[in-house]
Design a protein around this ligand. Structure first.
Ligand code: RIB
Ligand code: CA
Length: 313
């Protein structure tokens, strides 16, 4: 039986883990990249866009890149350069990309793809949801035009990575995240809890990735800063790859072993900024679900996809 092709639209604040996710999308068979939309988050928009172009060129994949929001909807931009390095890629030297970006903005591109090509693509978001929220203002039915919407975001065990309760993608632009959870259409969240539990690359596994060749070397080298941060701040036994885990779910839904429907409210005040508050009451009294959350992921399947994507030339 021929494997169906998965076509992806990837919204990204491209830093080191986003880059590995893009690399997976570029190198997994039966997956095509329809478009990349960039958003400020990990790094300012210029670097997020440059890093996306560098990654596409390294993987010898051509896809239109649309530049998006340079700051959150209503807040000032606060980056995660303390985690990913000043350039988002641990300072690894790259030739400047030769590919150019499209003239249409990222939100406009999301709207056009949704309206002109309904039911053909999966939307994967790997950064703050600013572009998606802006696109929803133009096209409220945006999410329903995608076959699925996989969102790397949230801290569903209540453990944040920016403050006590906020995961960065949600925390960086909580108003945008609130607009997305309130919108109609499919939303499958892959939270930082899943990354900490199922997507930590140990020293031995990193050595295995590097042995796959230049792409594996790239994946490990650009995540050096994340590894330093993880060991020092979050106490993980290696560097975790939240965006590649979300990408794996988007490419192969069976990576999401357990999924639960949930009503999510986003914290937007100072105390709860970025919290993904799930209504855990009995179904009879809980608010109606507005999303799905991955609660168990297949680590072995994810890591074999990652290893395969790092292989070859
Ligand atoms: O909290 C992890 C998320 O924040 C990932 O998408 C990482 O790239 C950063 O954007
Ligand atoms: Ca990201």
């Amino acid at each position: 039986m021929t494997k169906t092709t998965t076509s992806l639209v990837i919204d990204t604040d491209t830093a080191s883990d986003d880059a590995v996710a893009i690399m997976m999308a570029a190198r997994v068979p039966h997956v095509t990249v329809r478009a990349i939309t960039t958003v400020a988050g990990n790094v300012p928009i210029e670097l997020a866009t440059r890093n996306a172009l560098v990654t596409l060129e390294l993987c010898a994949v051509a896809a239109p890149v649309y530049v998006g929001a340079a700051r959150p909807l209503v807040r000032a931009l606060e980056t995660a350069q303390n985690v990913h390095g000043e350039d988002g890629m641990s300072g690894v030297a790259f030739a400047e990309p030769t590919m150019s970006v499209e003239s249409v903005s990222a939100p406009e591109a999301l709207v056009r793809i949704a309206r002109d090509e309904p039911g053909r693509h999966t939307l994967v978001t790997l950064g703050p949801l600013t572009n998606v929220a802006a696109a929803l203002l133009i096209e409220p039915g945006l999410l329903s035009a995608f076959t699925s919407v996989v969102i790397m975001g949230g801290a569903f065990d209540g453990v944040g990575n920016v403050n006590r309760c906020g995961e960065f993608n949600i925390w960086a632009d909580p108003e945008a995240a609130a607009a997305v959870v309130d919108a109609s259409g499919p939303k499958l969240f892959v939270g930082w809890d899943m990354s900490r539990r199922h997507a930590v690359v140990t020293v031995a596994e990193a050595a295995g990735l590097r042995r796959q060749g230049p792409i594996g070397e790239f994946a490990v080298a650009i995540n050096r800063c994340v590894g330093d941060f993880a060991r020092a701040e979050t106490g993980l036994d290696g560097f975790d790859l939240p965006d590649p885990l979300a990408m794996a779910v988007a490419i192969d839904r069976s990576v999401a072993i357990e999924v639960r429907a949930a009503n999510i409210v986003i914290g937007t005040d100072d105390v709860c900024r970025g919290a993904t508050l799930v209504d855990m009451r009995p179904v009879a009294v809980a608010d109606a679900p507005n999303a799905e959350v991955v609660t168990v992921a297949d680590e072995n399947r994810f890591k074999s996809m990652l290893m395969a994507a790092c292989g070859g030339v």
